[in-house]
Design a protein around this ligand. Structure first.
Ligand SMILES: Cc1cc2nc3c(=O)[nH]c(=O)nc-3n(C[C@H](O)[C@H](O)[C@H](O)COP(=O)(O)OP(=O)(O)OC[C@H]3O[C@@H](n4cnc5c(N)ncnc54)[C@H](O)[C@@H]3O)c2cc1C
Length: 409
């Protein structure tokens, strides 16, 4: 049986991995490398993710995949500290003492925030899908907690559309981040970067006979009596992992109006450290980026022989004009970094970097099959209410199981 998988990100590669011994697989990937949102580029002697990544202790399918690829020994648990940038100053917010000292929340607000965090795992996220994150926080904790604490966080993830995000997304984020010790949170990273995972997975698929065509986008798909034609080639089944609206544009069925956003992420190699030891710095002050991620305050700097930060921003539609210059200029002046202290910088853009978990999003989630076409991706149920590596691996595996079941493979 011939199967075409559209998209060489984690969903597509995981599905191919589950199907590799059962059928002839062709993966079509638009970009010139696999990995999708998890792709990497060369940095120093190794690789750095194009978009910042870490994993969580509950990511069991990710760990199983890493085990099967022989790289589980490379997984390490590192401390991820957080902070806020307010009124031109950095405030660390990792330890209880730092939180107590933070001047933009009253003691009463801090208590309300603490109670919300403690109860976060008890909420039924399904029941929060129709409520906006803002309304929910204002009701539970008051407007000052929303403005001083949650708005910068929502801004760093969703930019200008932060007001439409559901409470389901927010509470699940709080719950996943509430497993922290006094010294902060432990987050997972592979010693040689997530490039190890995407490279090993791609290589193992090729070794099993899968055809992986990078730089080859699916441009036209046609439903036939015996399956689908993709770019003029017949396949018995197709699994699409791309943004459903892109799929519709190339001839696929209408899946529903799942809102997507793009990510514009600048990676900067530096001669010195700039975020005062903090890994994740949310910007409360207005800037052309919502967070500064001190990668080498998480992963040891010696691995790169330089300091690396990401500037994270999200957009809807197309990226704002002049964004690259606006980002680097703002960063240099705000953090007082001279141009000769910047070794290099690169802006990575993904126009389809994930769904926006707006109010009522859950009703939009498609099934794994529609009109003989299989679907798995950031829009699938395992990626609700937040997309993740784990969610995409599970989605890819689920879609593969559906194919195996339907065709008795
Ligand atoms: C900025 C950012 C930070 C993130 N951080 C984390 C994190 O810290 N931890 C975590 O767990 N997750 C994180 N994620 C989420 C995680 O990266 C994704 O959930 C996962 O990688 C998505 O995989 P996917 O295959 O579902 O989608 P994608 O990675 O989007 O893969 C889809 C692929 O389809 C390709 N494509 C598109 N159109 C076509 C076409 N017509 N023909 C062929 N190919 C096409 C695309 O190029 C892409 O490679 C982050 C994502 C982003 C954007």
């Amino acid at each position: 049986m011939d199967i075409c998988i559209i998209g060489g990100g984690l969903s597509g590669l995981s599905a191919a991995y589950a199907l590799r011994d059962k059928s002839n697989i062709t993966v079509l990937e638009k970009k010139n490398k696999t990995g999708g949102c998890l792709s990497s580029s060369k940095a120093g002697k190794g690789y750095i993710e194009d978009f910042y990544h870490h994993c969580f202790s509950g990511d069991t399918n990710l760990f199983e995949l890493a085990e099967s690829l022989g790289i589980i020994g490379e997984l390490e648990w590192l401390s991820g500290s957080t902070g806020y940038y307010v009124n031109n100053k950095i405030y660390p917010l990792t330890t209880p003492l730092e939180i107590l000292k933070y001047p933009y929340l009253s003691v009463k607000d801090k208590i309300k925030l603490g109670i919300l965090t403690l109860h976060s795992k008890k909420y039924d996220v399904n029941g929060l899908d129709d409520i906006s994150a803002k309304d929910f926080i204002v009701e539970k904790c008051g407007i000052s907690v929303y403005e001083s604490f949650f708005e910068p966080l929502l801004n760093s993830k969703f930019g200008d559309i932060r007001g439409s995000v559901s409470a389901a997304w927010l509470i699940s984020r709080i719950a996943i981040r509430s497993d922290r010790k006094i010294s902060g949170e432990k987050l997972g990273y592979f010693r040689n970067g997530y490039n190890s995972l995407t490279e090993k997975l791609t290589q193992k698929l090729k070794d099993s006979g899968c055809i992986i065509e990078t730089g080859n986008a699916a441009e036209k798909i046609i439903h036939t009596d015996s399956g689908w034609e993709v770019n003029g080639t017949h396949y018995d089944a197709v699994l699409s992992t791309i943004n459903p609206s892109y799929l519709e544009d190339i001839g696929g069925p209408k899946i529903g109006d799942i809102p997507y956003q793009g990510a514009a992420c600048m990676t900067i190699g530096l001669k010195r450290e700039v975020t005062e030891g903090i890994y994740w710095l949310n910007m409360k002050d207005k800037a052309p980026y919502g967070a500064v991620i001190g990668h080498t305050n998480f992963v040891p700097q010696e691995r790169y022989n330089e300091h690396i930060v990401y500037l994270a921003s999200y957009f809807t539609g197309i990226p704002p004009e002049g964004l690259e210059k606006a980002m680097i200029d703002d960063f240099s002046s705000r953090f007082k970094v001279r141009r000769d202290e910047i070794n290099w910088y690169r802006l990575n853009i993904d126009e389809s970097a994930g769904p926006v978990y707006v109010k009522g999003y859950k009703k939009l989630i498609p099934e794994y099959e529609k009109d003989d076409l299989f679907l798995a991706g950031m829009f699938s149920l395992p990626n609700y209410p937040e997309r993740s590596m784990e969610g995409s691996i599970v989605a890819g595996k689920h879609a593969a199981s559906e194919i195996i079941r339907k065709y008795n493979l």
